[in-house]
Design a protein around this ligand. Structure first.
Ligand code: MRU
Length: 359
């Protein structure tokens, strides 16, 4: 997507094939800075520590992690070890394992001498596929926005949670793809952006993206969504997802479930934008079986921000000694999901409908 005069992606392969550069998302919205990752362990660290985050992006990044490994040691044992390392970086988003498995399955049948070049090309293909998939999600999701716009005057009011924007993918984003397309086509739209505590991906990343694209938006505290829905100020909720079960349970950033409950109580449609790479074809019961990442308590007890003098500081917001817990994702049961926006069209969050879509 464009930021000012620049066409940016959150990951860019170096032309020499010896590293990738990624936007360090910890620095946004205050600084736009790239970091160079030149090995599988460096990619693992960047995913684990959330320099890069968002399900599709960590999949693409891990694919390049395998490619970097194939460059330094393409042997079976080294590739398997790198795959294990990368898969262990974060547990919840299924795209990570999906991308690593796909790379390893394509490389192992090749002669070791052919693997480095093939791996770099495959990682690039996987990244470009993500761009095409998200553009298709945008095309299908746009129809929902157009239908609302046709019913009444004024901007279509969308609420989103976390960051499922272009920063979380290779381009376009998933939940944001229909929003960017609508904006490009002149459909009036306004986005309520949940701040998304504890890491504030909404306030720091989604708001930055939307602002750079000129999309009207308003950041709200996570607790405001229910109130806005009760007062008819939200037409539609669109969120991303990290893993969806075969029966349509949607795992996404913590707090998503509460938005789905409020949406159901107020008759507001609740959609998840789901590339098929985020569907876990081995898992049926999302509530019982999706592993939920527990992150450091410090993300809850502390908040970082910019002072008036421009300095980035971190401050403590709880009393000394208070315990804090930090489950990073929750699961919205399929019954609360109005539909899944996929690259093949919009499908009901229902086992039979998903099976039919897969064909
Ligand atoms: O912990 P994060 O920031 O990686 O969580 C990201 C989300 O929950 C996104 O909504 C999800 O990955 C979809 S990104 C298109």
């Amino acid at each position: 997507m464009k930021v000012g005069a620049w066409a940016l992606r959150p990951i860019r392969p170096c032309p020499e094939g010896d590293a990738v550069e990624v936007i360090d998302q910890r620095a946004l919205p205050h600084r736009l800075q790239f970091e160079r990752l030149a090995s599988a362990p460096a990619v693992r660290d960047a995913v684990r520590d959330m320099w890069v985050r968002g399900a599709p992006l960590i999949g693409a990044c891990a694919a390049y992690g395998i490619a970097l490994q194939a460059r330094s040691d393409p042997g079976n044992a080294a590739l398997e070890a790198a795959a294990h390392l990368l898969r262990s970086a974060r547990p919840t988003a299924v795209n990570l394992g999906w991308a690593v498995d796909r790379m390893v399955a394509a490389l192992l049948p090749l002669a070791p001498a052919a693997r480095a070049e093939a791996a770099w090309r495959l990682a690039g293909d996987l990244a470009e596929e993500d761009v095409r998939v998200n553009a298709e999600i945008g095309r299908h999701g746009l129809e929902l926005l157009k239908a609302i716009a046709a019913r009444r005057p004024g901007p279509v009011q969308v609420l989103t949670h976390c960051n499922a924007g272009w920063l979380a993918t290779v381009d376009w984003g998933t939940a944001t793809a229909p929003i960017y397309l609508a904006h490009e086509q002149g459909l009036p739209i306004h986005v309520w952006v949940d701040e998304t505590r504890p890491r504030n991906q909404g306030a720091g990343l989604t708001a930055w993206e939307l602002g750079a694209a000129g999309v009207p938006h308003t950041v709200v505290a996570d607790n405001a969504g229910g109130h806005l829905m009760q007062h008819g100020r939200v037409d539609l909720v669109i969120v991303g997802c990290d893993r969806v079960s075969l029966r349509g349970d949607v795992c996404n950033k913590i707090g998503t479930y509460l938005k789905a409950l409020a949406a159901r109580d107020n008759g507001v449609p609740f959609y998840a934008a789901m590339p098929l790479s985020t569907l876990d074809r081995r898992l049926r019961d999302g509530l019982a079986d999706i592993p939920i990442e527990e992150r450091a308590a410090r993300e809850v007890t502390h908040v970082a921000g910019r002072t008036a003098a421009g300095e980035i500081v971190e401050v403590q917001i709880v009393p000394d000694g208070s315990a804090a817990a930090n489950p990073a994702f929750d699961v919205t049961p399929a019954r609360l999901v109005s539909g899944l926006i996929t690259e093949r069209g919009i499908v009901a969050a229902d086992e039979a409908a998903i099976a039919a879509l897969l064909g």
